[in-house]
Design a protein around this ligand. Structure first.
Ligand code: PHB
Length: 359
C-alpha cells in the first residue's frame, strides 16, 4: 500500500488517509440557504475520506451566487449543519467548511433586495448566472466602498465562529476560482485606487485580512486556504500571476496555516493550462501542508504523495459517484461514472443514491 492510504497527522488531527474530498457545489440547500437534511447522508456516505472539505458556503446573503447553495451566517443554518458534522465524526471522518463570498459572480435576482452583486471594481465578468428565471448574463457589479471592507472581513469572522458552533473541525478560506477574494487579488478585476488596489500588496490585503480574522477564531492549525493561480475560471485575469501568488503565499506564512490547497490547472478542466506558471515555487514558499487538486487519478496521487510533492490529494467529481472512493482506489476497483444531469439541484437522485461497492 502506498502512503496515500495510510493514516497521517493533519495539524491537531489524525486522518484515516491522505485522500481529501474536494468542496463540490451540489445546489440542494433549502430556502433560507439551509443545508438539506439529505446532506447528512451524503457526507456520511463519504466519511472514509481522510478529510472532507464541505461545499462552498456563503458567509452572508450577499456572498451568494447560485441557487440553492448553503449558508453559514445564521442560527438555523448552524442547526442544520450540526447533524452533518456529527455524522461524519461518528464514522471517524473529519470535515472542514469552505467559506465563500462570490463577489461579482452573482446576479441581482439572487441578492438581498435585488441589489447588484459587489466586487472590487465595477467590471463585469463574462459569463452567465443561473438565476431563478434561467440563465442570464453576469451583471456589472457595484464596487465596494472602502468603508464596507471591514464589514466583509467581519462576515468571514462571523461565519468562522458559526462553523465552530456547527461542529466543523476547521475551515477553508475560498480564495480561488474568480470569487471575491480572487477578484481583489487580480489586476484584471481589481482597478481600485485605494489601499486595496494597485500594487500586489494592496490587492492581497483583503484576502490576508480575512485569513487573519478567521485564524483569530480557529487558530492557524485549523485553517486552510484554496487558491487557483492558473485557472481562467469565472473570467479571472492577472497580468503577473507568478509574482502575485508568490507574494500572497509568502505572506500567508505569517498565519501558520494548516494547509494550502491548489487547483493546479483549470477549475473543472484540463491540468495543462498555458501560462508558464511554476507551481512548485508556491510549494517551496509555503511552510504548511500542501493539498493538490485537479484531475488526479490513483497513479498520479500515489506518485505525488510518495515523492513528497503533495501531502494530501483532493478528488472532486470522483467522490460524487463513488461514495466509497477510498476503498475503490485502494483495491483498484472500477469507478462509477457520474450523471452530469444531477450534479446541481434536485434531491436524492444523483446525490445520495450512488451505491458503495459492497453495502
Ligand atoms: C460551481 O458551482 O461550479 C463552483 C462553485 C465553486 C467553485 C467552483 C465551481 O469554487
Amino acid at each position: 500500500m502506498s502512503k496515500l492510504f495510510e493514516a497521517t497527522t493533519f495539524g491537531p488531527y489524525q486522518l484515516q488517509n491522505r485522500i481529501v474530498m474536494a468542496p463540490l457545489t451540489r445546489s440542494r440547500a433549502l430556502d433560507g440557504d439551509i443545508p438539506s437534511p439529505l446532506a447528512i447522508e451524503y457526507y456520511e456516505q463519504r466519511a472514509s475520506a481522510g478529510l472532507i472539505i464541505a461545499e462552498a458556503t456563503q458567509i452572508s446573503p450577499q456572498g451568494k451566487g447560485y441557487i440553492s447553495t448553503p449558508g453559514i451566517y445564521n442560527a438555523a443554518q448552524v442547526q442544520a449543519w450540526r447533524p452533518i458534522t456529527s455524522a461524519v465524526h461518528a464514522r471517524g471522518g473529519r470535515i472542514f467548511l469552505q467559506l465563500w463570498h462570490v463577489g461579482r459572480i452573482s446576479h441581482s435576482s439572487l441578492q438581498p433586495d435585488g441589489a447588484l452583486p459587489v466586487a472590487p471594481s465595477a467590471i463585469a465578468a463574462q459569463g452567465q448566472s443561473y438565476t431563478p428565471e434561467g440563465f442570464k448574463p453576469l451583471e456589472t457589479p457595484r464596487a465596494l466602498e472602502l468603508a464596507e471592507l471591514p464589514g466583509i472581513v467581519a462576515q468571514y469572522k462571523h461565519a468562522a465562529e458559526l462553523a465552530k458552533e456547527a461542529g466543523f473541525d476547521g475551515v477553508e478560506v475560498h480564495g480561488a476560482n474568480g470569487y471575491l477574494l480572487d477578484q481583489f487579488l487580480r489586476d484584471g478585476s481589481n482597478h481600485r485606487t485605494d489601499a486595496y488596489g494597485g500594487s500586489i500588496e494592496n490587492r492581497a490585503r483583503l484576502m490576508l485580512e480575512v485569513v487573519e480574522a478567521v485564524v483569530s477564531v480557529w487558530g492557524g492549525d485549523k485553517v486552510g486556504i484554496r487558491l487557483s493561480p492558473l485557472s481562467p475560471f469565472n473570467d479571472i485575469k492577472d497580468s503577473t500571476p507568478q509574482a502575485t501568488f508568490s507574494y500572497v503565499v509568502e505572506q500567508l506564512n505569517r498565519f501558520n496555516l494548516l494547509y494550502l490547497h491548489l487547483v493546479e490547472g483549470a477549475t473543472g478542466g484540463p491540468r495543462d493550462v498555458d501560462g508558464g506558471f511554476d507551481l512548485s515555487e508556491l510549494r517551496r514558499i509555503f511552510k504548511g501542508l500542501y493539498i493538490a487538486n485537479n484531475g488526479y487519478d490513483k497513479a498520479m496521487a500515489e506518485t505525488a504523495v510518495n515523492e513528497g510533492k503533495a501531502d494530501l490529494v483532493a478528488f472532486g467529481r470522483p467522490f460524487i459517484s463513488n461514495p466509497d472512493l477510498v476503498h475503490r482506489l485502494a483495491t483498484g476497483a472500477e469507478l462509477a461514472a457520474l450523471d452530469p444531469a444531477t450534479l446541481y439541484g434536485g434531491g436524492a437522485k444523483g446525490y445520495t443514491d450512488y451505491p458503495a461497492l459492497s453495502a
